[in-house]
Design a protein around this ligand. Structure first.
Ligand code: ATP
Length: 617
C-alpha cells in the first residue's frame, strides 16, 4: 500500500510528509472544480468580498465618529456607508452558508461513491488483508470530508489574509512597526502548533486498528445474529469493558495532547496580550497629544482586535490545512491503489463455455500464513461430472473452491480451462459462468426479488426466471405464500421484514446461484443449515438439474454425497483419496473409516430414538 510516503506502510508519517502531501493539491482542485465549477466560483467571489469587509467596516466606524464634529451631510453619508457594509455582510454570509452546504453534500457524495467503487474492485486477497481493512476504515471515517475542509480553509485563509492586509493599511498609516508587532507573534506560534497538529494526526492515524476493534465490539453487541450469544454467555459486560478500555486509551492520548496545546496556547496568548497592549497604550498616548482624532483611535483599537483574531485564525487554518493534507494522502493512496493481482480480470479471450478445468501441480499459500493451504493438486473436472469434496475442518476444501473460482492466484502450478491457461481467458467471463453458494452466503436484508435476482442482475425484472430458480431450489411454494410475493422484504432489519429459517435462507441463496446460466455449480457445505434429509434433497435436486454441467458439492455428511460420480477426500491441503463411494469403501481407507463412524453414530441415534419411542409408548 505504499507510495513511499509512510502513509499506509505501517510507519508513522513525519513533517516531511506534510510538505510532500501538498503535491495532491492539483488533484484536489481538479476534483473541486469538476464537482461544480459554478458553486466554486460563487464561493470564491463571496470569500474575496468578505475579506475586504472588516477593513471597510472599521473605516465606516471611523468616519461616523469623526463626522459627529464635521457636520450633518458628512454624518448622513457615513451612516449610509456603514449601513451598506452591514447589508453586504449579511447577504454574503447567508449565501455563503447556502452554497457551502450544497457544495459540501455534492463533494462528500462524490468521494463516498469513489471509495465504494474502489472497494468493489479490490481482489479478495487484498480485501482480507488487515492493513487494507485499516486503510479502508481510515478513509471511510476520516478522509471523505477533508477535500471540502481544504477548500473551505483555503477560502478562509484568502479572505483573512485580505482582511489582514487591508486592516494593516489602517495601522500602517499611523505606525508601520505597530503592524509588524501585531503580525509577528502569531506567525511564530505557527511552527509550534504545526508540530502538535502533526502529533494529533499520528495519534489518529495509528488508531485505525484499535478503532476497528472498538467498532467490532459494538457490532457484536448490537447485531441480531450475534446478540443471542452475547446474552446467553453473558458477554455484554466483558465486551463493554474491552470497548471502554480502547476508548479510555484514546481519551488519555487526547488529554495529553490537549494539555500540551493549552500550555503553548496560553504562553502565546500572554505574549500577544502584551504586544497588543503596548500598541494600544501608544495609540492612546498619541491621542492624548492630540495627534489622532477620536474616530481614528477607535479605528486603531478595532484594527488591533481584528488583526489579532484574524492572524490567529490564519494560523489555525494553516495548521488544520496541513493536517487535512495528510488525510488527503490516505484518500488518494487508497483510490490509486493497484491490486496485487498477477492477472487482469477484464482482458483475455471471451469464454463462451467452461468444458473442463484442470489443476496441474497447484499449490497455494495465504499471504498472511506460513504454511501451504493446498499442496500439489492434480485433477481434471469435465462437463457432466458431479464431484463431492469431503475432509476434516481446515483440510482446504473452501480454499480449493476459491482458487477454482479465480478469487486467488495460485502460488505454484497451473490451472487450465478448456485446455488453455486460465489467464488466457477473460476472468469476468469465467466467473460469470460459475454459480456458487458459499458456506457463509449473504442474507440480503432486501426483497425476495433482490435476494434471488442478484445472481444475475440483468435478469432482476424477469419474474419467470426468478420463480423458476426458486422452484429449482425448492422454495417456490414458500415464496408464493408470502403476502407480497417477490416483493416481500426479508430479514428483520427493515420494516415489514419476514424472517426466514437458516435452511430457507440457504435455499434462497441456491436459487440465486440458479439465476446464472452457469457451466459450473458449487455448493459449499450446506450442512450447517440443513438437516441430513434436506441436504441430500438439495444435493440430489441440484445434481439432476445440472446434469450436463459440472457440479461440485462440499459436505461433512458422507451420507449426502454418495450419489456423486467422484468423491475426493482432502487432508492437510492434499487430495488423499479419489473414487466413487463403492471404490472408496472397497479401498477401506480414510473415507471408509469416516463413513463407518458416521453410519454408526446414525445407527445408535436411531436405536436411542426407538428405545425412547417404546418407553414413551
Ligand atoms: N483468509 C485466510 N487467510 C489465511 N489462512 C486461511 C484463510 N482462509 C483459510 N485459511 C487457512 O487455510 C487452511 C484451509 O482452510 P479452508 O477454509 O480451505 O478449509 P476447509 O476444508 O474449507 O475447512 P471447513 O471444513 O472448516 O470449512 C486452514 O488452515 C485455514 O486456517
Amino acid at each position: 500500500m505504499s507510495d513511499g510516503t509512510g502513509v499506509g506502510t505501517g510507519q508513522e508519517p513525519g513533517i516531511s510528509n506534510i510538505i510532500r502531501s501538498f503535491r495532491y493539491w492539483p488533484r484536489v482542485f481538479q476534483m473541486l472544480w469538476t464537482i461544480s465549477p459554478g458553486y466554486l466560483l460563487i464561493m470564491s467571489v463571496i470569500n474575496l468580498l468578505q475579506g475586504f469587509l472588516p477593513a471597510l467596516s472599521i473605516q465606516a466606524t471611523q468616519q461616523m465618529i469623526n463626522s459627529i464634529s464635521a457636520g450633518h451631510s458628512e454624518m448622513v453619508s457615513a451612516l449610509l456607508f456603514f449601513l451598506a457594509i452591514a447589508v453586504v455582510y449579511g447577504l454574503t454570509s447567508t449565501s455563503q452558508n447556502y452554497f457551502e452546504t450544497l457544495y459540501q453534500t455534492k463533494l462528500s457524495n462524490h468521494i463516498n461513491v469513489a471509495v465504494i467503487e474502489k472497494s468493489t474492485t479490490l481482489s479478495l486477497e487484498d480485501f482480507e488483508n488487515a492493513e487494507m481493512q485499516d486503510q479502508l476504515k481510515r478513509v471511510q471515517n476520516e478522509s471523505g470530508f477533508r477535500p471540502f475542509q481544504i477548500a473551505k480553509q483555503i477560502f478562509s485563509i484568502l479572505s483573512n489574509v485580505i482582511s489582514l492586509i487591508s486592516i494593516s493599511v489602517i495601522i500602517v498609516s499611523w505606525s508601520w512597526w505597530a503592524a509588524v508587532i501585531l503580525i509577528i507573534v502569531p506567525a511564530i506560534s505557527f511552527f509550534t502548533f504545526l508540530k502538535i497538529g502533526q502529533q494529533e494526526f499520528v495519534n489518529l492515524w495509528s488508531r485505525a486498528s484499535k478503532s476497528r476493534s472498538a467498532w467490532y465490539l459494538s457490532y457484536l453487541i448490537s447485531r441480531d445474529n450475534t446478540f443471542k450469544e452475547v446474552k446467553l454467555y453473558n458477554l455484554g459486560a466483558h465486551f463493554t469493558q474491552k470497548y471502554k478500555a480502547i476508548t479510555d486509551g484514546f481519551f488519555k492520548q487526547d488529554k495529553k495532547l490537549a494539555a500540551n496545546r493549552v500550555k503553548y496556547a496560553s504562553l502565546y496568548e500572554l505574549i500577544e496580550i502584551i504586544a497588543s497592549f503596548t500598541v494600544i497604550v501608544l495609540a492612546m498616548l498619541s491621542a492624548l497629544r492630540g495627534a489622532l482624532p477620536v474616530g481614528n483611535v477607535v479605528a486603531i483599537l478595532q484594527s488591533i482586535t481584528q488583526i489579532q483574531s484574524r492572524s490567529e485564525a490564519v494560523v489555525q487554518e494553516l495548521l488544520a490545512l496541513c493536517q487535512n493534507n495528510l488525510y488527503l494522502e490516505q484518500l488518494f493512496t487508497f483510490l490509486d491503489y493497484e491490486e496485487k493481482r498477477a492477472f487482469s480480470i477484464t482482458e483475455g479471450e471471451k469464454l463462451h463455455a467452461i468444458k473442463d478445468i484442470e489443476f496441474r501441480d497447484v499449490s497455494f499459500q495465504y499471504s498472511n500464513s506460513d504454511h501451504y493451504a493446498l499442496h500439489n493438486l492434480n485433477f481434471t473436472i469435465r462437463t457432466g461430472q458431479k464431484i463431492a469434496i469431503v475432509g476434516h475442518n481446515g483440510s482446504g476444501k473452501s480454499t480449493l473452491i476459491k482458487l477454482l473460482m479465480k478469487l486467488y492466484q495460485q502460488s505454484a502450478g497451473r490451472i487450465l480451462v478448456n485446455g488453455q491457461d486460465i489467464n488466457h481467458w477473460n476472468i469476468e467471463d469465467y466467473q460469470r459462468r460459475i454459480g456458487v453458494v458459499f458456506q457463509d452466503f449473504v442474507q440480503y436484508e432486501m426483497s425476495v426479488r433482490q435476494n434471488i435476482g442478484y445472481g444475475n442482475i440483468q435478469e432482476i425484472e424477469n419474474e419467470e426466471k426468478i420463480l423458476t430458480s426458486a422452484q429449482y431450489a425448492g422454495i417456490q411454494p414458500l415464496v408464493q405464500s408470502f403476502p407480497r410475493g417477490l416483493d416481500t422484504q426479508l430479514g428483520l432489519w427493515f420494516e415489514e421484514g419476514h424472517q426466514l429459517s437458516g435452511g430457507q435462507w440457504q435455499r434462497i441463496a441456491i436459487a440465486r446461484a440458479f439465476m446464472r446460466e452457469a457451466d459450473v455449480y458449487i455448493l459449499d457445505e450446506p450442512s450447517s443449515f440443513l438437516d441430513p434429509e434436506a441436504e441430500r434433497d438439495v444435493f440430489e435436486r441440484m445434481g439432476r438439474l445440472i446434469e450436463d454441467r459440472i457440479g461440485i458439492f462440499i459436505s461433512h455428511r458422507l451420507s449426502s454425497v454418495n450419489f456423486a460420480d467422484q468423491i475426493w477426500v482432502m487432508d492437510q491441503g492434499e487430495i488423499i483419496e479419489m473414487g466413487t463411494h463403492r471404490e472408496l469403501m472397497a479401498l477401506n481407507g480414510n473415507y471408509a473409516r469416516m463413513y463407518r463412524i458416521q453410519a454408526e453414530s446414525y445407527a445408535s441415534k436411531e436405536q436411542e430414538e426407538e428405545v425412547l419411542h417404546t418407553n414413551m409408548g
